[in-house]
Design a protein around this ligand. Structure first.
Ligand code: SF4
Length: 185
């Protein structure tokens, strides 16, 4: 079995969080802000909407296969549901599916390190869409790259420069920190 290098704990005495990987995959600058607790995200309507979808999916359902219970991994990660050999991660929209995939790969890795060899399912209830995610050699390699990059960002005194607005900036809660009015995407 492959083992990833454990992220250094010197930066904050904490292991890398799934949301750091998710943010890094979307925009490293966003990840840098999140790491420093510039938490404007909770006020974003998109974050609120995501939370609502999540909540609805987690609500008890008369159909057992649709009922979700969050499962903590020690005190720093939380997967949405483990059912048999499957780990579910619930998201609002597949638009950022690469970021979701990375986050789920990390959870699969953390579970594997704890003796559980499982497969992942990205579930988008609004689209009734499911994608299988496996922690194979390719998945491990991309996870290692992302963990290294996230760890590097933790050491970086300034946020990474983004030369021009990205399409994602339009829905990002850090927009005002990154772009002045005339540059608003
Ligand atoms: S506004 Fe754009 S550049 Fe700034 S953190 Fe968000 S996604 Fe990144």
């Amino acid at each position: 079995m492959h083992h990833l290098e454990t992220p250094s704990e010197t930066w904050s005495e904490q292991a890398v969080r799934g949301y750091e990987l998710n943010a890094w995959s979307i925009c490293p600058r966003k990840c840098w802000f999140l790491q420093r607790q510039l938490v404007m995200e909770p006020h974003s309507p998109y974050v609120e909407l995501g939370r609502l979808v999540h909540q609805q999916a987690l609500e008890p359902s008369p159909h057992a296969e649709n009922a979700y219970t969050e499962v903590p991994i020690e005190n720093f990660a939380r997967v949405d549901k483990i059912a048999g050999e499957l780990v579910f991660e619930i998201k609002r929209s597949p638009r950022k599916s690469e970021a979701h995939r990375l986050q789920l790969l990390y959870y699969l890795y953390l579970l594997r390190e704890r003796g559980l060899e499982l497969k992942g399912v990205l579930y988008y209830p609004q689209q009734n869409r499911r994608e299988t995610v496996e922690l194979d050699a390719e998945g491990l390699a991309s996870l290692q790259r992302a963990l290294n990059a996230v760890q590097q960002l933790r050491q970086q005194p300034l946020p990474p420069h983004v030369p021009k607005p990205l399409s994602i900036c339009r829905t990002c809660a850090y927009q005002e920190l990154c772009w002045c009015e005339e540059e608003t995407p």
